[in-house]
Design a binder for this molecule. Structure first.
Ligand code: FAD
Length: 279
């Protein structure tokens, strides 16, 4: 581990930082303020959120990996303001819980998504009950050496996509929630919670494929008889066919081979939802 004036730097396997627990080494730049982001982004870089939507190559990545730390995490200070600025490293699960306690509505559809706020915005995370774009007003981002504000519209959200400016690091986001009561928010959370009941608990990166128009990737993979199919320690979850789980020692090569096998055996073209890092 070494430290610059504004960042802590270490070389570690990215497997330690992603929920699928797969991926080789990278130089991780832990930053807690804008000066740290500025320093870390002087060379080619990638931005890591909570690592819950990433498939990282076994060789790791050559670029610096920028990881926003506590200085960008407002999980503990989030109060009862309906219109609120929050750091991009704020974990979504705590945010959803605290919004319920404060009687603020708008985040219910995000229950159970293990993202950081910045990653949720970059992927327009959500469910059929709602997505982050529904409550986003504007973001503050580090773009080409400057801190800029961008209205939510500028990110042109789509299904699990957002258009960030090239090389942007999201730093903070302004959300607008709706005053309600803890009881009403709890009632709105109940169906989202129920819909997640069968979700695998094993290590994964969430849904592997986006749903093709008018259908569900999980249904198609299940119909192709692929639940339980394995390559090495990567397995199509028997509980939810659109989840690939790591049984312990899966490699990115295993996961890639399993993705290819699924795409080969399902007749409808399926697009991988995860971001791939490295070759
Ligand atoms: C068990 C499980 C359940 C899931 N359920 C859902 C679900 O219901 N709905 C859903 O939409 N997703 C779901 N996901 C997938 C995942 O949580 C989302 O895609 C989430 O938005 C990823 O956020 P992250 O912070 O983990 O980002 P990461 O995976 O770390 O990164 C994803 C992308 O965002 C970029 N990024 C991250 N932070 C920043 C930043 N600060 N600035 C700029 N770019 C950034 C990264 O560079 C990368 O391109 C699930 C995942 C798991 C493991």
């Amino acid at each position: 581990m070494s430290a610059t004036s504004a960042a802590r730097v270490e070389v570690r396997p990215l497997a330690d930082f992603v929920t699928l627990r797969v991926g080789g080494p990278a130089e991780i730049w832990h930053v807690d303020d804008v000066a740290g982001v500025r320093e870390a982004t002087r060379e080619p870089f990638r931005v890591l959120g909570a690592g819950s939507n990433l498939l990282v190559a076994d060789d790791g990545v050559a670029e610096r990996v920028v990881r926003l730390g506590r200085g960008f995490d407002d999980g503990r200070t989030f109060g009862s303001d309906a219109d609120v600025w929050l750091g991009a490293a704020t974990p979504l699960p705590g945010l959803v819980r605290r919004a319920k306690e404060a009687g603020l509505s708008g985040l219910e559809g995000l229950l159970g998504i293990p993202a950081a706020l910045g990653g949720a915005i970059a992927m327009n995370a959500g469910t059929r009950y709602g997505e982050i774009a529904d409550v986003l007003v504007e973001v503050e981002a580090f773009v080409e050496g400057e801190v800029v504000r961008l209205p939510a519209d500028a990110l042109r959200f789509g299904y699990r996509t957002a258009h960030l400016p090239e090389g942007a690091v999201l730093l903070r986001a302004r959300l607008r929630l709706t005053p309600s009561t803890p009881e009403r928010v709890a009632a709105a959370l109940a169906p989202v919670d129920a819909a997640r009941a069968g979700q695998p608990k094993a290590k994964s990166a969430g849904c592997a494929f986006t749903n093709p128009p008018g259908d569900s990737a999980g249904r198609l993979i299940d119909a192709a008889g692929l639940k339980g199919v394995r390559v090495g320690d990567a397995m199509v979850s028997p509980d939810h066919a659109n989840f690939i789980v790591n049984l312990g020692h899966a490699t990115a090569a295993d996961v890639d081979a399993l993705l290819a096998e699924i795409q080969r055996r399902v007749e409808v073209p399926l697009e991988v939802e995860w971001r791939r890092w490295g070759r």
